[in-house]
Write a protein that binds this ligand. Sequence first.
Ligand code: SAM
Length: 370
Amino acid sequence: MTTDEFDIFLATAPGLEAMLCAEVRGKGFKQPKGVPGGVVTRGGWPEVWRANLWLRGAGRVLARIDAFHVTHLAQLDARARRVPWDSVLRPDVPFRVEAACASSRIYHSGAAAERVATAIRETLGAPQSEEDAILVRVRIEDDHCTISVDTSGEPLHKRGYKQAVNAAPMRETMAALFLQQCGYDGREPMLDPMCGSGTFVIEAAEIAARLNPGRARAFAFERLATFDAETWARMRGVRREPLPPQGCHGSDRDAGAVAMSMANAERAGVAEITAFRQAAISDATPPGDRPGLVIVNPPYGNRLGDGAALLPLYQAFGNVMTRRFAGWRVGIIASDARLAQATGLPFLPTTPPVPHGGLRVTLYQTGPLA
Ligand SMILES: C[S@@+](CC[C@H](N)C(=O)[O-])C[C@H]1O[C@@H](n2cnc3c(N)ncnc32)[C@H](O)[C@@H]1O
């Protein structure tokens, strides 16, 4: 790569771009701009590593290594051979190529991928493989081709600690953005009274302990030609002072979920500032004197007829909040507006729904309850 700075694309679920943009700006990255499906910022390789290490909301980090105008496959073939592959990829590390075409004269994504893969094989000599490979992404839109390298590898919601998962877990990336949207910054108590495998509670505890989300995992960028192990070790070794603990609490009526949450919190290194107990929603009580945030994703009910069956659960949740949680703010993630309304809680205006596990979910949030 010839320049020191390039576009860095931070992918997220559609609907969460503005939230991710706020996080990226807050963490000091340059000129972040929300675009469909993500956020674009500028930087060099240290910013790429930092984005992977620091950002809670990004699903993956792509480094744009080239961009050019292209109208036919022979031209793509020739141009792809002039990409300085050896300054980014390593000849001993397998790679694979994925292409997508839209509104362009080159419309066959398979053929486009094949041309770029051949160029890499023949100019760099790297092996092409589907297994354990660096992903090169080719996007041709309006006859403009961009070539990016996926620097994350495994998607970033895989923080590296969650072995135990129950049904319908929330992705860590999405949970972190919903916490941020609810104004959670680690300086107040929080409770998830239907905590499942503990995703919200553990994300919140990590924010409070000021732990980097990527501290415990490997990244694809460690196998690129641009990697500098010493700088990375220094970057990863920086520890920030934890905030004074306020308590991150989870409960669930299911004993298995509680055990899972505890095991996940232990592996994430936040067992000391989290507390989990087995309790039905009707038994939920504020975990201390100071109000804070209740955040929850109750069962969604994705089959026809589930909605009516779940109504009592949402009503019970709303009752408990109204009766016992004065001063607390509530965030509830639901796929069905009628179920959310059944809580009877005074919701603020909502932001657009977000795709999640084949559904579209919305964050309903309140101000401090009266
Ligand atoms: C969609 S899951 C939550 C997933 C969780 N956010 C995660 O990321 O793993 C809903 C949870 O609500 C719990 N639940 C259902 N009914 C409940 C009730 N009446 N009281 C407490 N928990 C309940 C279930 O056991 C389940 O773990």
